[in-house]
Design a protein around this ligand. Structure first.
Ligand SMILES: [Ca+2]
Ligand SMILES: [Ca+2]
Length: 262
């Protein structure tokens, strides 16, 4: 596996994806007039290599041993590499209820009888670049309510509509893609690879999107399962029960409202 493969598989080294950017190297010599004359032995290449090694450690490191509980697994596999919050945030009842890939819209739903604040939660997909955004503080979904996410679209957010502008403003993938909802883990890009932080997940059109492994480790998605790709006029809607591809069906869009299932 070469560095280019790593980039395409994870997006971590994409120049625009965020906090890891300063370590990405090859473009470093061009960043300022104070740089000394550069050459092939430029020390700046060294941190870039370390960064990729770290990513490899995270992605391809040893699997958790059988019989370990999740927190032990985290400590063993990730503790020395990632400065994660030691407290794993509690999950709540909010789910991904519908995805309309063609127009890059996602619907979240609170099926519980209490209002739920998902401020600080994360939305994420891969293109394969890592694309994510933070749900703003005090984003509350009413009991039985819905929140329509307009992914990468500008607009005025309301109680039931959230316009997001990910740092990498790439829309949902068609005809195949994936989408994940993560708990409020603070921030570290590597946390998107940790199943304890995943709250809900769906993939469509094709299997083996990068986050599938995270979702199967979280027991939220069967290995290799995917919802058939909807036609461009349709969304995929969750039937309200279960964690398999068969729990989703292609429907007319009801983004922001209860799903209408055939
Ligand atoms: Ca079902
Ligand atoms: Ca709906």
């Amino acid at each position: 596996m070469g560095p280019n493969d790593i980039q395409s598989a994870t997006g971590f080294a994409q120049p625009a994806t965020g906090p890891t950017q300063p370590a990405t190297g090859p473009t470093q010599p061009a960043t300022g007039p104070t740089q000394p004359a550069t050459g092939p032995t430029q020390p700046a290449l060294e941190p870039a290599q370390r960064s990729i090694d770290e990513i490899l450690t995270i992605l391809d490191g040893p699997e958790p041993s059988e019989g370990l509980d999740s927190s032990e697994g985290l400590t063993r596999d990730f503790g020395s590499t990632i400065a994660i919050n030691q407290v794993i945030p509690e999950k709540n009842a909010v789910i991904i209820n519908e995805v309309f890939p063609q127009v890059s819209q996602i619907e979240l739903h609170n099926p519980s009888t209490e209002p739920i604040d998902i401020g600080g939660f994360w939305l994420c997909h891969t293109t394969p670049a890592l694309v994510y955004d933070l749900i703003p503080e005090n984003t509350v979904i009413a009991p039985g309510g819905f929140l329509a996410i307009h992914w990468g679209t500008q607009g005025r957010s309301t109680e039931r509509q959230l316009f997001t502008t990910p740092a990498v403003p790439l829309p949902l993938n068609v005809p195949h893609g994936e989408f994940g909802l993560y708990t409020n883990f603070g921030f570290d890009e590597a946390n998107f690879a940790i199943s304890d932080f995943l709250q809900d997940y769906v993939q469509w059109g094709e299997d083996e999107h990068w986050r599938e492994r995270v979702a199967t480790e979280a027991n939220m998605w069967p290995v290799g399962a995917f919802v058939p790709s909807p036609n461009p006029e349709q969304s995929i809607s969750y039937d309200g029960d279960g964690d398999s591809a068969e729990d989703w069906v292609a429907t007319a869009s009801t983004i922001g409202f209860g799903n209408t299932l055939p």
